[in-house]
Ligand binder design. Structure first.
Ligand SMILES: *[C@@H]1O[C@H](CO)[C@@H](O)[C@H](O)[C@H]1NC(C)=O
Ligand SMILES: *[C@@H]1O[C@H](CO)[C@@H](O)[C@H](O)[C@H]1NC(C)=O
Ligand SMILES: *[C@@H]1O[C@H](CO)[C@@H](O)[C@H](O)[C@H]1NC(C)=O
Length: 298
């Protein structure tokens, strides 16, 4: 398309603009404690993507305003959030031809859930920035403004993550992964164990995930929020203990290809990138070189 475009450009620049490459639109899904549109976080990423790529950017908002959007990141079940996002995205005319998706932290596993479940959208590339594809075991230190909420969450998750009530009220409980009791996780996690095909193999999940052109997982080398950080590359603790970690390739999920990831790796669709720094800390120039130029330009 590019070379056709440059020939056309020589003939008529006007024609080229109307018939030339259209940048694939981009959908963003924010992380916990964040919202679709804060100017200091996703708002600025969205502007930069617009400026540098000329891409149409849609940032998912769960709820009627940013306050509820932030709250829903804690208190609305991911199943429900995905359903809402699925309905919103599918009626957006600019996204009808497909889009690239960028998930921030928990927004990354929610986007993967969306890809696996929502038949009404077509996603080309999934970029996961610090997403927790094997869940988390442990919460970051509690300080700052939301420390009472954090303390409440920590207690609930440490002692009762897999109870019906915790699964219902706290989104983070649905991707809590206790390596000391994998069976309790498989039985009790109402979101992650489902989208990871831990209980049964949902063939549609495999097919839809494999319809991606690329699944890019970015790990933050000095992440102090996500335990264990290997979850950002789909790895986790070896079952039965919480010290030693294993990579995706060493896990049963991969070896038995329950989710189709082994085949995706063989087709070179999986990309494991790492960047120095704490959770979601990256420079725009890193992002441009490693993500924008490689995955968002077609
Ligand atoms: C980029 O941002 C400008 C200014 O807000 C807006 O007018 C334009 O429609 C945006 N471009 C796309 C492709 O959405
Ligand atoms: C998991 O579910 C199975 C089948 O319902 C049950 O037999 C088993 O006791 C459960 N295990 C745990 C740890 O909850
Ligand atoms: C981040 O982690 C890497 C790998 O563990 C280490 O080499 C590097 O020194 C760390 N950087 C900072 C700023 O802590």
């Amino acid at each position: 398309m590019k070379s056709v475009c440059s020939i056309l450009l020589a003939l008529s620049s006007l024609y080229c603009i109307s018939a030339g490459d259209k940048v694939t639109p981009i959908v963003l899904w924010h992380g916990m404690g964040d919202s679709c549109c804060f100017p200091f976080s996703l708002g600025s990423i969205s502007d930069k993507l617009n400026e540098t790529l000329g891409a149409y950017v849609y940032s998912i908002e769960i709820g009627p305003n940013v306050v509820e959007d932030v709250e829903n990141g804690f208190f609305k079940h991911p199943d429900k959030q995905i359903e809402i996002a699925c309905n919103k995205l599918s009626v957006e005319p600019a996204l009808a031809g497909g889009f690239n998706a960028i998930g921030f932290s928990q927004g990354a596993q929610f986007l993967r859930g969306l890809i696996q479940r929502c038949t009404k959208v077509k996603v080309k590339n999934l970029i996961s920035l610090g997403g927790q594809h094997q869940g988390v075991y442990g919460l970051p230190r509690c300080d700052g403004i939301s420390s009472s909420l954090c303390d409440f969450m920590r207690k609930l998750l440490n002692h009762a993550a897999y109870t019906e009530v915790a699964q219902k009220i706290l989104a983070q409980a649905t991707y809590w992964h206790d390596p000391l009791d994998e069976e309790a996780y498989r039985n009790g996690s109402t979101f992650l164990a489902d989208i990871n095909n831990e209980r049964t193999i949902n063939k549609d999940y495999v097919t839809r995930l494999q319809s991606l052109e690329n699944f890019v997982m970015v790990k933050f080398e000095n992440d102090s929020m996500v335990q264990p950080v290997e979850s950002e590359w789909f790895g986790f603790y070896k079952p039965g203990q919480a010290k030693e970690v294993q990579s995706l390739e060493e896990s049963d999920l991969y070896i038995n290809d329950r989710l189709g990831l082994k085949q995706m790796k063989e087709e070179s669709k999986l990309h494991f990138l790492q960047v120095e720094g704490d959770h979601l800390r990256f420079s725009w120039s890193w992002f441009e070189d490693n993500i924008v130029d490689k995955f968002l330009k077609n």
